[in-house]
Design a protein around this ligand. Structure first.
Ligand code: TXD
Length: 373
């Protein structure tokens, strides 16, 4: 029996799977199961998530939505491409939360998207009600799962999800930073005329207009992006002006797409970003990616969910990675955290959050470089 455990140990490196107390037959049955991904919300992002999960054979997929038959229609449509794309995963659409039982990872996109003229914060009350119901059902039907929240306003919705499920904070996190960093990297690649594959770009903070693209750390194959801009323009002032416009476009990238689409918000790129995070978790990759994660003193913040680099693996957020910030960056980060704090205060005032949060904001003046290893 213990031999079976040892041989099959890697397949239990999937969140939500437990070896303890299982018979050999049960262990073998689970060993050959694919991970189960529950998509809560079958709208624009949910649809792309389902398709990308299938194409990459990330796991079996259950799509839940409250709109009758919508998830069945979408998953059937995607499944019928299997003959062309040759993926071997099961796709199920449902209006019944019981079907998410046994999920290893729930990805939550349930909620309204923005319309032109709306801020992410304008969605607070409507989406908080939806996240509350969603969280209660995840807690009931998939109690061993991890939860990745995508719904806006992101930082507040992740906080509420953790609050409602009561799951340990490492098992509840949000996707925003991977998308914001990808936008930053894309704009830098366009400006510098280089492959985006060689760009490293990181965005910290809350998922709002005050997010913090870290200019000083942005680089192309290890060469600081600012240096390349200065060389391109032969003038440090012009280079700074160009970088400032890239930072500004990154901060407003979501709004730019909303104003073009008119009837919804970005969905291809947020789904791609979430799939990168899901892969890191389901394949236990230990990737260093920015995520909306619970801070317990790191970056001088305690008791709030904020976007920072983390190590993502089978246990979800396995570590927070601290980056040294200079005075200006720290100021921008604190400004961004302040808008997250405001959203959380609003949620408390509205009665969505009840327990007191242990908070000691900005208690640590210095940020040490505590890189992994
Ligand atoms: O990077 C990021 N985090 C984001 C987040 C980037 C872009 C957009 N982001 C937010 O994701 C956006 O502001 C929304 O709050 C969510 C979902 O965006 P999407 O574009 O997928 O919205 P849709 O197409 O309106 O889909 C939402 C679905 C829709 O099918 C509803 O029927 C469903 O959510 N819905 C529910 N599902 C389950 N349970 C409940 N209660 C529910 N209510 C609505």
């Amino acid at each position: 029996m213990s031999n079976v455990y040892i041989i099959l140990e890697p397949v239990f490196n999937v969140p939500g799977r437990r070896l303890a107390g299982k018979s050999q037959k049960e262990v073998l049955a689970v060993a050959f199961q694919r991970p189960k991904i529950a998509l809560i919300g079958g709208g624009q992002i949910g649809g792309v998530l389902a398709q990308l999960s299938a194409l990459r054979e990330l796991g079996d997929i259950v799509m839940f939505d409250i709109v009758e038959n919508l998830p069945r229609g979408k998953t059937l449509d995607i499944a019928e491409a299997a003959g062309v794309d040759h993926f071997d995963v099961r796709l199920i659409g449902t209006n019944d939360y019981r079907d998410i039982a046994g999920a290893d990872l729930c990805i939550v996109t349930a909620g309204l998207p923005r319309k032109p003229g709306m801020s992410r914060e304008d969605l607070l009350v409507t989406n908080a009600k939806i996240i509350k119901t969603t969280g209660e059902n995840i807690k009931q039907y998939a109690p061993d799962s991890q939860v990745m929240v995508i719904s806006n306003p992101l930082d507040a919705m992740v906080t509420l999800m953790q609050h409602v499920t009561g799951f340990p904070p490492n098992r509840v996190y949000g996707q925003a930073g991977v998308l914001d960093s990808s936008r930053f990297a894309t704009f830098l690649a366009w400006e510098l005329g280089v492959s985006v594959k060689d760009i490293n770009a990181l965005v910290l903070g809350g998922h709002g207009d005050r997010m913090v693209p870290l200019v000083r750390y942005a680089n192309v194959g290890g060469i600081p992006a600012m240096e390349l801009l200065e060389r391109k323009y032969g003038n440090p002032f012009k280079a700074r002006e160009i970088m400032a416009s890239i930072v500004d476009r990154t901060r407003k990238a979501g709004t730019e797409v909303v104003s073009l689409l008119k009837n919804g918000s970005a969905f291809y790129s947020p789904a791609a970003a979430a799939i990168q995070m899901a892969t890191a978790v389901l394949h236990d990759e230990k990737r260093v990616l920015p995520a909306c994660a619970y801070l317990d003193g790191e970056y001088g913040v305690r008791g709030y969910y904020v976007g920072v680099p983390v190590v993502l693996g089978k246990d979800g957020v396995e570590r927070i990675v601290e980056v040294t910030l200079n005075e200006e960056e720290r100021g921008m980060f604190q400004h961004s955290v302040a808008s997250v704090v405001k959203l959380i205060d609003d949620m408390r005032r509205l009665g969505f959050l009840t327990a007191a949060v242990d908070e000691t904001l900005f208690s640590r003046p210095e940020h040490e470089l505590k890189l992994i290893g």
